[in-house]
Ligand binder design. Structure first.
Ligand code: FE
Ligand code: ZN
Ligand code: FE
Length: 164
């Protein structure tokens, strides 16, 4: 598809997000397993449920467009997940791994926030206000996930990681 309009670029961004979210759905269960802190496990589990809803929102948006969600792989998310997998396989103490998993997950959330912010702005510009509302909903969830991870790190996990 030649990207010769904002509409086509919008569809490209949506496909990228769709691929990113689907990759994350596969990665999060591994992060739940790898995490040691119970609250961190819960945070990842809850974000897995949210991520499934986010995929449904993107499917809802695609249903109104004359394009299918597939056909593109998000290389950015692939790279972020690969880095997380390297950490999980490395020689690392449990508390330090938890801190590292938070760092990796926050990179993912910020990456997603950048994509959703852009897509939401394009949707508004293109007069697709229902799409914009759905994208904003997801953007808010990503922001909350990011804040929750900051709280876990700052209140306990970084402290535990200091001496191990
Ligand atoms: Fe997401
Ligand atoms: Zn991407
Ligand atoms: Fe997310």
């Amino acid at each position: 598809m030649k990207l010769d309009s904002l509409m086509k670029l919008y569809v490209h961004e949506l496909k990228d997000l769709f691929s990113a979210e689907n990759q994350l759905v596969d990665a999060l269960p591994k992060m739940v397993k790898a995490a040691n802190d119970e609250d961190l496990k819960t945070a990842f589990k809850e974000h897995l449920t949210e991520t499934e809803k986010q995929i449904q929102r993107l499917e809802k948006i695609f249903a109104q467009l004359e394009f299918e969600p597939g056909g593109h792989k998000c290389a950015g998310m692939e790279g972020l997940i690969t880095e997380g997998e390297h950490l999980m396989k490395s020689e690392i103490s449990p508390n330090v791994l938890d801190a590292a998993l938070i760092a990796a997950a926050q990179r993912v959330e910020h990456y997603e926030m950048a994509g959703y912010g852009t897509a939401r702005t394009y949707a508004e510009k293109l007069g697709r206000h229902e799409d914009a509302d759905l994208l904003q909903e997801t953007l808010n969830e990503e922001g909350h996930a990011d804040q929750l991870l900051s709280r876990l790190a700052e209140r306990r996990i970084n402290f535990l990681a200091m001496n191990k």
